[in-house]
Write a protein that binds this ligand. Structure first.
Ligand code: ADP
Ligand code: ZN
Length: 652
């Protein structure tokens, strides 16, 4: 567990100050309301009429008549002799009443009835109350202030202590992580081996006058193991590991972040040799002059960044402090961060390939009991695009499934179910579809499967299901590539778009009307079609022109802004995108019409069983017929109306 280190111990002990104030304040309140009144009124209150009656009956012995209160003692309660004043007999019981304003006859009546009477002594408790009135409000204010300050100190926000900052550096001491815990990213590992070497025996390098890089930037998609790698470097070298996230530097007040950077370097230098790991460097080092965010603003970020640059320039290359920083958005980083002497090395941490995934799985199954049928190679093959963190999660999901069913070991079926969970989300048995919806979903998915089976480079259709899963998926068709792919050819893109639109096409053909269920498919198809034209330059009409500004290469689902183009070109782009989508749609319809009987058979099976997979699915898909127009479409992007009509005629 990370140990949180206090930034410095010279800050005043506000906890004590604050809490003693609160205690005093509480005591005063209690005193005011409970104890003090008890001193003032030990007496029983009675109605004025009763008092008058008792006076008239001659029962009252002594009375102190005040403006708004009369205290009196009954004759029967008066001490018998005047001389026993000093003895220990209890004080006589006094009664209190509130006079009716301006009862001028009362003194006369009292004198008549032989009551000893006079005015009460001046009220001392009034002084006390007044004093309280002056002291308590400021105390309340001070107390609340102290409490807030206290909380600010204890929590993450040090915003109130501007100046002497408390950089929250997590020193994790020795991480205990080694390169053995990292797998599948061998190139990155090798690059960092040198850093370990230096930390271990720096003389070797300094003797020949070599300078070791001060900063290394780890670049890669989320979950590929950047943090893990940094920890492993520290672990292998046996040096302390400090970690802080770029977003933690940025505070509401300008100057706080810069102070934290200063503090951090001070601490790190004291513990050298060591590794300082800055996660999410992009939060801190975004290119200056870009659009700012609201909180923290540009000023704060710029100052913090400047401080970081200054500090990195300030310390000698061979002090033994090495800064590793991670980001998945290297393109937004300020160019100044990449200059020599700063983060001049960049190590790309890639998503693992099939062998890499197998190796990562091996690391993570170490504490898991596997059944004999588990083949990690197959699992790796079925998980293209998974990063290390996804695979770690996958192993855990599989183990949880086994544990839930009280099994001793994790089976291949658990892994398959876990893969589906990660890809498509949890099964939602509670989401019950009505008959019409179920039919729509079944035709839709069968359509995807039939068209998908014909497309080049798309891999095998593994499973069709109409059991709802995850957020919004009412059914799904699982199609997994047989190998990792790094390029996509033109025909494969067309095939992919066609497959995406096939679900909707099946609904159209069979049911004659469409549903909202295809919105996600349409979204994806349109995205891909647009990218084909603007990013991959695959339009014959527009040619290889970049029409998008690439800003993201490591985050999925991030769309780039268009380059500034003339309205005419924009129109042409739209035309090309539409043509691609229209063509895909027509060819999908064509394929499904050519396989109408098969579509019907598969849908009925699906409605009965909810899931189609394995041998049965394979036999169905073997029967899929490929219309002649498809080959032309895939190869040239042209639609042959003649061929389409022909295949339709044959089908009818
Ligand atoms: P990043 O910092 O790149 O977002 P992390 O290093 O935080 O990713 O990875 C999260 C977790 O995923 C790690 O703690 C580890 O369990 C697992 N993991 C990621 N990459 C790998 C890898 N290459 N080898 C083994 N485990 C990995
Ligand atoms: Zn669909």
């Amino acid at each position: 567990m990370p140990v949180e280190k206090d930034g410095n111990s010279k800050t005043p002990k506000l906890e004590h100050f604050g809490s003693s104030l609160v205690t005093l304040f509480l005591f005063l309140i209690l005193f005011h309301f409970f104890v003090a009144p008890a001193f003032r009124t030990r007496t029983n209150e009675v109605l004025y009429s009763q008092f008058l009656k008792e006076v008239k009956d001659g029962k009252v012995g002594r009375a102190l008549v005040g403006q708004d209160q009369i205290q009196y003692i009954l004759k029967s309660d008066l001490p018998k002799t005047q001389t026993t004043q000093a003895d220990s007999s209890p004080p006589p019981k006094a009664y209190v009443t509130r006079p009716i304003a301006g009862d001028a006859d009362l003194p006369k009546l009292l004198a008549e009835k032989n009551v000893e009477f006079g005015a009460p002594p001046p009220d001392n408790s009034g002084v006390f109350t007044t004093l309280l009135g002056w002291i308590v409000p400021p105390l309340i204010f001070l107390g609340i202030w102290g409490w807030m300050l206290n909380r600010a100190q204890a929590g993450a926000g040090t915003a109130l202590t501007v100046g002497k900052s408390k950089a929250r550096i997590y020193s994790e001491g020795n991480t205990g992580v080694t390169f053995a815990d990292v797998a599948g990213i061998d190139e990155a590992e090798e690059e960092l081996q040198e850093i370990v070497e230096f930390l271990k025996n720096s003389d070797k390098y300094t003797r020949v006058g070599a300078k070791i890089p001060k900063g290394v930037l780890l670049v890669g998609a989320p979950g590929t193991g950047k943090t893990l790698l940094a920890k492993a470097v520290a672990g292998e070298a046996g040096v302390p590991f400090f970690s802080i996230s770029g977003s933690e530097f940025i505070e509401l007040f300008v100057g706080v972040g810069a102070a934290r950077v200063r503090d951090m370097f001070e601490q790190a230098k004291k513990q050298a040799p060591c590794i300082v790991f800055i996660d999410e460097l992009d939060a801190l080092g975004k290119s200056r002059g870009g659009a700012g965010n609201l909180i923290g603003g540009n000023d704060e970020r710029e100052q913090t960044l400047n401080q970081l640059l200054t500090e990195m320039d300030g310390f000698e290359a061979n002090t033994g402090v090495i800064i590793l920083a991670a980001t998945n958005r290297p393109e937004v980083l300020d160019p100044a961060l990449r200059r020599p002497g700063r983060f001049d090395r960049q190590v790309v941490v890639d998503r693992p390939d099939k062998l890499g995934r197998e190796a990562i799985l091996k690391v993570h199954i170490e504490s898991v009991k596997l059944a004999a049928d588990v083949d990690l190679g197959t699992v790796a093959a079925r998980t293209p695009g998974f990063a290390g963190a996804d695979l770690a999660n996958l192993v855990n999901e599989a183990a949880l499934l086994a544990a839930r069913q009280n099994r001793e070991a994790v089976t291949m079926a658990d892994f398959n179910e876990a893969i589906e969970r990660v890809i498509a989300g949890l099964e939602k048995k509670s989401r019950v579809l009505n008959e019409v919806e179920k039919k729509t979903v079944a035709y839709h998915e069968a359509g995807h499967a039939i068209v998908g089976a014909l497309m080049p480079g798309a891999g095998k259709v593994q499973k069709i299901s109409i059991v709802p899963r995850g957020v919004g998926a009412l059914g799904y068709t699982l199609q997994l590539p047989e190998e990792d792919r790094f390029l996509m050819a033109e025909d494969e893109i067309r095939g992919r778009i066609t497959t995406l639109l096939a679900g909707r096409s099946a609904e159209e053909i069979v049911l004659g009307k469409v549903s909202t269920g295809a919105s996600d498919d349409i979204q994806k198809a349109t995205d891909l079609a647009e990218r084909t034209i603007t990013l991959y330059g695959m339009s014959k009409k527009l040619g290889p022109i970049a029409l998008e500004k690439v800003q993201q290469q490591f985050l999925d689902g991030f769309s780039n802004p268009r380059r500034s183009v003339s309205p005419k070109v924009t129109e042409e782009i739209d035309g090309e995108v539409k043509q691609l989508l229209d063509g895909s749609h027509r060819i999908a319809l064509n394929i499904l019409e050519s396989n109408r009987t098969l579509l019907e058979d598969m849908t009925q099976q699906l409605l009965q069983k909810e899931i189609l997979e394995g041998e049965q699915l394979r036999r169905y898909l073997e029967q899929v017929r490929s219309p002649q127009a498809l080959a032309v479409w895939l190869n040239t992007g042209e639609l042959s109306d003649v061929l389409i009509r022909e295949s339709c005629d044959r089908a009818n």
